[in-house]
Design a protein around this ligand. Structure first.
Ligand code: FE2
Length: 288
C-alpha cells in the first residue's frame, strides 16, 4: 500500500517588492538552509485591477546556477536575453530556463485583453556539476501541454507523468513533477511520487483536503492562497469536499549539496559567488 505524504508545513506567502517595483506573493526564497531542495523560490504575481497603474517589470538582470520556470495563466511576459533570444510567454505557456553559467535577461509583464496579469515563477536548483553549463530554454506553448480530464479532475502536465501522459519539459536535473491541477467538488486525486522527492503544492484557488496521518487520516484542509510542504511518503493524495480547488504541484529530487544564494545567483560556495560578481564586472559573465 502506498504511504500518503502528509502536510509538514503550511506557508502563508509574504508580499515582497522585486524588479522595478513589482509586488509579488513569495512563498519560499533561497536560503543557505536549502530547506526545499531542489526548489529555491516561488513567486506569484497578479495584477488583477487595471487601475493599479503602469505595469512594472524585471529589467535586465543576471542569473547563474539555477533554472527559472515561468508559467502564465493570464496576460503575458515579454522576454529578452543577452544571447539574442526573445519571445512572448502567453497565457498557458511555460518557459523553463536553465541559466547554467549565465544569462542576462529582461522579463516584462503585459496585461491580457481583460486587463489582468497572473502567473508564477519557480526557481529550481542545478547540481554543482551542471551550474556552469551553457544556458538552455524549453519553451512550451499552451497547445503542447497535455491536459488530462478525468472524473472531475483536470490536470495540465508540464513535467512528469500522470496516467501515462508525460509533460513536454524533459531532461531536467531535478527529475521534476510540475503540474497544474484543478479538481471539482467531491473529487479525489492521487499521484505516485518517488519517496526521495521533495514535494510542494501551491493552492491558489478554492480549497482541498491533503492526506492526514494514519490511523485517523482525516486530512488537513488548506484554503487558498497557501504553499504546503508534503512529508515522507510515496503518494500525493488530495481530495475536495464542497469546494473546487486549483493548485500547482511541484516535486523533485534533492541534490543534497550546500548552497550559497546571492540575489539571482545560487552557487555552491562563496568563491563561486565572488567569481560570478567578478565575471559581471569584467564582462565575462555571458559567453556565447
Ligand atoms: Fe529573471
Amino acid at each position: 500500500m502506498n504511504k500518503p505524504r502528509t502536510i509538514t508545513q503550511i506557508i502563508e506567502p509574504e508580499y515582497v517588492i522585486e524588479g522595478a517595483g513589482v509586488r509579488l506573493r513569495r512563498s519560499i526564497a533561497p536560503r543557505v538552509s536549502n530547506t526545499y531542495d531542489p526548489f529555491l523560490l516561488f513567486d506569484h504575481f497578479a495584477f488583477n485591477d487595471p487601475v493599479e497603474g503602469p505595469i512594472r517589470g524585471f529589467p535586465m538582470h543576471p542569473h547563474r546556477g539555477i533554472e527559472t520556470v515561468t508559467y502564465m495563466l493570464e496576460g503575458s511576459v515579454n522576454h529578452r536575453d543577452s544571447l539574442g533570444n526573445s519571445g512572448l510567454i502567453g497565457p498557458g505557456d511555460v518557459q523553463w530556463m536553465t541559466s547554467g553559467r549565465g544569462i542576462l535577461h529582461e522579463e516584462m509583464p503585459r496585461r491580457g485583453p481583460d486587463g489582468k496579469i497572473y502567473g508564477f515563477q519557480l526557481w529550481v536548483n542545478l547540481p554543482a556539476r551542471l551550474k556552469m553549463i551553457q544556458p538552455r530554454y524549453q519553451e512550451v506553448k499552451e497547445s503542447s501541454i497535455p491536459t488530462l480530464k478525468k472524473d472531475g479532475a483536470s490536470i495540465r502536465v508540464v513535467a512528469g507523468s500522470y496516467f501515462g501522459q508525460t509533460g513536454p519539459v524533459t531532461d531536467i536535473a531535478a527529475s521534476p513533477v510540475y503540474m497544474d491541477v484543478s479538481l471539482d467538488p467531491d473529487v479525489k486525486f492521487s499521484l505516485p511520487i518517488p519517496a526521495s522527492h521533495t514535494s510542494l503544492a501551491y493552492v491558489f484557488e478554492g480549497e482541498a483536503v491533503f492526506a492526514g496521518d494514519p490511523p485517523a487520516n482525516e486530512g488537513v484542509t488548506v484554503a487558498s492562497v497557501r504553499m504546503v510542504r508534503l512529508g515522507d511518503g510515496d503518494e500525493i493524495q488530495v481530495r475536495t469536499e464542497n469546494h473546487s480547488v486549483r493548485f500547482m504541484l511541484f516535486s523533485g529530487e534533492p541534490f543534497g549539496e550546500p548552497i550559497v544564494p546571492f540575489g539571482p545567483f545560487v552557487m555552491n560556495s562563496r568563491e563561486e559567488i565572488e567569481q560570478a560578481l567578478a565575471d559581471l564586472r569584467n564582462g565575462t559573465f555571458v559567453t556565447s
